[in-house]
Design a protein around this ligand. Structure first.
Ligand code: KG4
Ligand code: ZN
Length: 337
């Protein structure tokens, strides 16, 4: 089955063509970073407008790169939520119109199911059950994955997502948007003293995360330096903040792996492209006999290949696959597991 995936949940317009849920024939991402950079964060109204401009050219490009036309597409998979409602509606309406027009099946996919699928893309072997961490700009969630469509939420952030904290601290430091990759760049190679920023610890209530205290501590530290007229060591702050985030994430992940009696940890989402995080997770995993499987960096951030892959699984659950449901809606909030 050849599936066209469409993903517009946030600020990237994405389309991909995936064969049999495994082989990625194309994956096109039109980033809106430049649109939002001057505002230091995503402006939802601008995001929807840009999706409208980009969606058809991006789909055309995905078909072209896959060397096929709409005639060769057997079904469409689209992100239904969670995300920015205006952005989601652009992708969903396009998908509905195309599926109706071509009379082909349509799968509505949960965005986080897509991220959870991303470490399996391109034929990567990922044994089930495993523990999976999704760390992005909008989510920080820990799942037990028994199969790609059977997932249980076992932990989440109580406040900011990890990527959101990176972006906010980046903004306070005056770094370009998005802050995550910029903080990683500034921290790279820093060897000096580390500022002991706080790590939230939870004794009860599952595998929770919290990044707002850490973000506030970093903000207050920077503010104090500026008030005193003292130099702000950007590399030191970035390295210290990044280390605190990685520590907090790794602590809960490895505790979860151990307490569930599992040996595999999968990591996906935009923050999973952070090299320091990947190295730290690898070094903690080895001595514990745990295998860490990261999504390929190309598929860590939002993309439509992961949506097409999940959509293929969903469509294969019924024979014949369901036809497009024209009353399908998008949801800004959509729980999973
Ligand atoms: O998965 P994603 O593209 O979008 C959401 O679904 O939210 O993730 C985007 C997030 C942003 O917050 C960005 O700053 C963060 O991922 N990010 C990083 C890195 N690359 C992207 N954070 C830390 N280090 C990076 N290298
Ligand atoms: Zn995402």
């Amino acid at each position: 089955m050849r599936v066209l995936g469409i993903e517009t949940s946030c600020d990237d317009t994405c389309a991909a063509v995936v064969e049999n849920g495994r082989q990625i024939l194309s994956s096109v991402v039109a980033s809106q970073e430049q649109v939002h950079a001057k505002y230091g964060g995503i402006v939802p109204e601008l995001a929807s407008r840009r999706h409208l401009e980009c969606i058809l050219p991006v789909i055309r490009e995905a078909l072209e790169q896959a060397d096929c036309s709409l005639d060769d597409i057997d079904a469409i998979a689209v992100t239904q939520g969670p995300g920015l409602i205006g952005s989601l509606l652009v992708g969903l309406s396009t998908a509905k119109a195309m599926a109706y027009g071509r009379d082909i099946p349509l799968a509505a996919v949960h965005h986080l199911r897509g991220h959870l699928m991303s470490p399996r893309l391109n034929g990567e072997k990922l044994p089930d059950p495993h523990i999976a961490l999704v760390i992005s700009g909008g989510h920080t969630a820990l799942y037990r994955v028994d199969s790609p469509l059977d997932v249980t939420l076992i932990g989440a952030t109580r406040d900011d997502a990890a990527g959101e904290a990176f972006d906010k601290v980046g903004k306070i430091l005056g770094l370009p948007y998005p802050g995550g990759p910029q903080i990683e760049k500034q921290a790279r190679g820093y060897q000096g003293e580390i500022i002991p920023f706080p790590r939230a610890r939870f004794k009860t209530g599952g595998f929770q995360f919290s990044f707002s205290g850490l973000k506030t501590a970093a903000a207050q530290y920077i503010e104090k330096k500026r008030r005193q007229g003292a130099p702000v060591n950007v590399a030191q702050i970035c390295a210290s903040f990044q280390e605190a985030v990685i520590d907090a994430l790794a602590g809960q992940c490895f505790t979860a792996v151990e307490s569930e009696g599992l040996k595999v940890l999968a990591v996906s989402g935009g923050v999973a492209s952070n090299t320091a995080l990947r190295e730290q997770f690898e070094s903690l995993a080895g001595p514990r006999g745990v295998r860490v499987v990261f999504a390929n960096k190309k598929y860590c951030t939002d993309n439509a290949a992961m949506i097409a892959a999940v959509g293929t699984l969903q469509l294969n659950q019924t024979d014949p696959p369901p036809k497009a449901a024209l009353d399908l809606n998008a949801y800004a909030r959509l729980p999973l597991g």
